[in-house]
Design a protein around this ligand. Sequence first.
Ligand code: USQ
Length: 406
Amino acid sequence: MKIAVLGGDGFVGWPTSLHLSDAGHEIHILDNLSRRWIDTELGVQSLTPMDSIQERTRIWHAETGRRIHFHLIDLARDYELLKGWLGKHRPDAIVHFAEQRAAPYSMKSDRHKNYTVNNNVNATHNLLNALVELDLDAHLVHLGTMGVYGYSTVGAAIPEGYLPVGIETADGRAVSQEILYPANPGSIYHMTKCLDQLLFQFYAKNDGLRITDLHQGIVWGTHTEQTRRHTQLINRFDYDGDYGTVLNRFLIQAAIGYPLTVHGTGGQTRAFIHIQDSVRCIEIALKNPPVRGSRVEIFNQMTETHRVRDLAEMIAKMTGSKIAWLPNPRKEAPENDLIVKNEKFLGLGLEPTTLGEGLLGEIVDVAKKYAYRVDRTRVPAVSAWTKDIAIKVEHDPEGKRLKSVS
Ligand code: USQ
């Protein structure tokens, strides 16, 4: 297939591009390189040294003989360019990662909220709009988030996208229907993914677009089979308080002797998936497109759930690290349970890579190798969800915030 990977220079986009290229597909990355600009804005860098996208694709070609094409396009702002590209290349499938994906970054300031909404919603809408205008029947696979559901459970498993509900009609009959699971975003970023869901629902219904939405959990790990092939194919690996995600952060913190930064009691339960499984899921989704005219296909792209404090305690035990119990910069439930259905990917052949000491240890080793690149002052998470919380969570990494260490 000819596949456009929008956002193919990012943390999951890059290994996905390699994985799909390795499987024999013709890959075109469309990216505005915004993630690299955000690193510059924040004054941080990936723990792993990353080459330019052109250099990465050159190395991939030298290693495998396969070409990955790169096109510098800003989906949110360059509608005509995007439409022109799609019209000329007419891909069979499109994988859409091209959104600002960090919840803390989206909550940093009013400017960051505006940027995240404008970028994410416009990118998705421009794409859908162009597909209709061009009569392009490409299968669109979007990277959504488990966060659209809001994590809380009422003692029932979160279904894959749709909730069966019973409705009493005006004449007293009972009818049943499946509705999109009620959206309950916990950040501006997560809210944009909820808005995406509505855009998809409309365009599938109105124009018959074939859309798959992947509700992904927190991705952990850094290497995949293909990124391991050459040092210059290495994936990015974020540790900073805005872009680093919880499990990868704990592993890096363990590697550099920094107390593991648990927010609040660590009672937050979240869904997780290893990056190798993430790229496999995308391939599976591409092989199983919905038929034209059907509703949006939704998969829960996760393999296990864990409580944050259990992860911290497990890594502390494994590495001898200390745990810092910090005031939570986020507005979120201090404790929650989470049960999630993920039978669809399992039924299509996904064999989950679950948390094990071997893989976790390998990530700590990668982090140790590049520990010299870490700026320890950028480890604490300082983006607060509200102004009141910001006052309570004053940034003081070496002082009072780390006093509660066990
Ligand atoms: N947390 C800590 N300590 C830290 C970092 C995070 O206790 O040092 C806690 C947070 O307070 C939160 C949980 O860990 O309760 C998860 O935070 P996270 O930064 O790992 O993940 P999140 O902000 O939810 O976002 C990430 C990705 C996002 C994706 C989402 C999937 O950045 O793109 O959509 O995971 S999910 O969490 O399932 O919504």
